[in-house]
Design a protein around this ligand. Structure first.
Ligand code: NAD
Length: 300
């Protein structure tokens, strides 16, 4: 094992089962001290119990690793970070993984379905990361992961709430990547696909069994290692496939004083993705628009 985490402390939220458990166990195997957070509720975000986190802590300890349980909901990030500080004196890695589903068609979606999803996924990632942030900044070191989803990228029937929350997390991580850069804080988003308690409701059993969470673990473990410099990126893992996703912009067309009719006339060119370009930042895109404005002015 060359990638080691000796002396480092990780918080893994929702680590009482599924993907989070595998991250916690793998990091501990590699010398990391781990806060195993899990509310221990059901997949819809109701009820709680300490048994899920305890089980994973016992698993880590019996393999010779170091871990401590935390049973707070991710909305209470201060308490989770305090568990890391009181037990291990620091925090280096935050893996925002806790999640629930409240799937229903948009027509039937209630405020509760919307609010609970945002409370756990978005407010949860915000709250835990916000509480860890001053420690990461002060020590000029941090590794942050948020867990997005293909639903957040492509949308998915019955998941308007979940898709919106998962998409929000990508913008969140990309901003932390920029604000954390000068403090050596790296933030990335991941899209996992794995059989778990969450996906067993939407996938056939044979797929749930075949898509082992352990296929995702190596990517997440690597991304929180000190050797990684990539930040503000979106990675995907599942079934043994590892890749990355980026936004590309069509070459488009500059039309001075365009009317809606001009847009209609040029629709094929505007939407043609041949020769599309990768634009890495908002600064780059604003720069392009300023150049276009200058061209308008010089041709006027
Ligand atoms: P899982 O249900 O096995 O794990 C989620 C864990 O989060 C559970 O142990 C649960 O008790 C815990 N949790 C829920 N609410 C919590 C709260 N408020 N505070 C603390 N812990 C809480 O599901 P999983 O598939 O391992 O999902 C892990 C993450 O990956 C989730 O964010 C999920 O949305 C995301 N994800 C999973 C897949 C997939 O294919 N499994 C795909 C895309 C995204």
């Amino acid at each position: 094992m060359t990638l080691r985490f000796d002396g480092k402390v990780a918080i893994v939220t929702g680590a009482g089962g599924g993907l989070g458990r595998t991250y916690a166990v793998e990091l501990a195997k590699r010398g990391c001290k781990v806060v195993v957070n899990d509310l221990g509720g059901d997949r819809h975000g109701t009820s709680s119990s300490s048994s899920m986190a305890d089980k994973v802590v016992n698993e880590i300890k019996s393999a010779g690793g170091q871990a401590v349980a935390n049973y707070d909901s991710v909305e209470f990030g201060e308490k989770i970070v305090q568990t890391a500080i009181s037990n291990f004196g620091r925090v280096d890695i935050v893996i925002n993984n806790a999640g629930i589903l409240r799937d229903t068609s948009f027509q039937k979606m209630t405020d509760l379905d919307w609010d609970l999803i945002f409370k756990v996924h978005v407010k949860g990632a915000y709250s835990v990361t916000r509480a860890a942030w001053p420690y990461l900044r002060d020590q000029k070191y941090g590794r942050i992961i948020v867990t997005a989803s293909n639903a957040g990228v492509h949308g998915n029937f019955g998941q308007a709430n979940y898709a919106a929350a998962k998409s929000a997390l990508i913008g969140f991580a990309n901003t932390l990547a920029q604000e954390g850069a000068k403090y050596n804080i790296i933030a990335n988003s991941i899209i996992p696909t794995a059989g778990s308690r969450l996906t067993e409701t939407v996938m056939p059993q044979n797929l749930v069994d075949a898509l082992k969470p352990d296929y995702v673990t190596p990517l997440v473990t690597y991304l929180v290692h000190e050797s990684v410099q990539d930040t503000g990126k979106l990675f995907e893992a599942g079934a043994g496939w590892y890749g990355t996703l980026q936004y590309y912009k069509s070459k488009g067309k500059v039309i001075s004083n365009a009317t809606a009719d001009d847009i209609a006339k040029n629709w094929d060119v505007i939407t043609n993705m041949a020769g599309a370009e990768y634009i890495g930042s908002i600064t780059e895109q604003t720069g392009r628009l300023v150049e276009i404005l200058e061209q308008h002015e010089s041709s006027a």
